[in-house]
Design a protein around this ligand. Sequence first.
Ligand code: SF4
Ligand code: SF4
Length: 493
Amino acid sequence: MSSYELSREDYQSIVKPEHQELLDPYFDDIIDESYSLSISFVNVVNGAINTNNQKMRAEQQWDKVIYDQYASNLTRVATHGIIKEHTSLLFILVFVIGTIGSLMFILPQVQLGGPSGIKNNGIFHHALNNRGWLGISIGVLLVAFYVLLYFYDAYIMNWIILVDPVQKLINPSAQASQWFLYGFLYTFAVLVMGIRMIIKYRHSKYQIVRTLSVMFFQTAFAFILPEILVRLNQPYFDFKNMWPLDYDFFDAWHIQSLTTAGGLGIFMFAWGITIFVVGVPVFVFFFGKRWYCSWVCGCGGLAETAGDSFRQLSDKSVKAWKIERYLIHGVLVFSIIMTIGVLYTFITGSNTLLGLNTYTWLRQPYGFLIGSIFSGVIGTGFYPIMGNRVWCRFGCPLAAYLGIVQRFKSRFRITTNGGQCISCGNCSTYCEMGIDVRWYAQRGQNIVRSSCVGCGVCSAVCPRGVLNLENRDEEGRFGEPILIGNDGIQLEK
Ligand code: SF4
Ligand code: SF4
């Protein structure tokens, strides 16, 4: 589809002059050479830079080791062929026709799919829904995509160029990057699969409004608004994202970019702090963590829409619950320590805290292990294996913080009319956070769990109307179980 040929002018416009001196001998063989595959081109470019770096390291000329990531920019300018000449046409073919095709499959479900709501028919025999070949294949593809996106974006340059028309629509002077591609695909998935979600749960007003909410916040706040800000020469900023999920919020470069950007930048910085210091406790007190996890958050938005087919795969065992608590609170502690280290460096100018380099020992491992591998590669790639809320349940430090407030100081609870429960287990099966909802329902006990994201699906799939998401007074929130046993019914005093 594309060929790759690097001209000398392009090479000289991208590679810094001091690096050209070092790289010229290696790039003489690459320039004006034609490559038919991106993988071949990227490999020779990286090979040239690596050869120089090995030589300089061997000679201990550390200032001549090149750390700049040139492969992406060089691949972009070297790309020729149909993808660059007919970008808009290809974009329409892939995304517009793809959307029409998806909607042609989704929309008729209103009539053909029978009644709304969860259908249990064969769900655990389906290759997609129960870790079958289809689910595993999708998981492998997602993992591969995330690895390429995060670490080898030069190899997917054709995809990045493909979304240039959208980037230029929002900001004519910008070129799409791998992060723009990611934002676009993410939003695309939330919107298309959001329509599917609305059709599926069309009997529930709560599900319809909630899904519209995540579609809106992903499109307007996470995707379009930050790009408009950049077009207006303001810092890139997602107003609905916050620390500790936004783990680079307190990085020196980020603080500097906001505080040196004038009044709006200062406002953004203050907003970012206020929302997690004041916004979280206040909103969680009144509405539970659902206001964020199920109505606003992008990760939650993708999980609830594109991940809906996998919600039954969450592990309901007590062992999984224990692992969840250790893991998610461990990540929260790690994020706090990492942020203290980063802030310490920013305030004092010292790179070391207690003898450890704050970047090498804290910020870098956190970004790689939590920011990339856990939240992205595992968080989405493992939907078809561990359910759609792997990240929210086991890894998200913001979910942990919201959960602590929800558990100890909130009006939110799910009430259960235990007498009506027929123990069908729909609620537990489809709880994406692995909560054994039925266990509470059978006892007539309120559900007050830090992990509950208030998605409301347990309530939507209950055939007896047993479960109700409520924000009543705190008093009596935990409630006493109404036990139905051999000795009759024990009632709350
Ligand atoms: S308990 Fe219900 S509302 Fe809470 S996460 Fe599970 S399914 Fe969603
Ligand atoms: S609460 Fe509803 S969905 Fe859950 S087991 Fe009871 S009847 Fe079934």
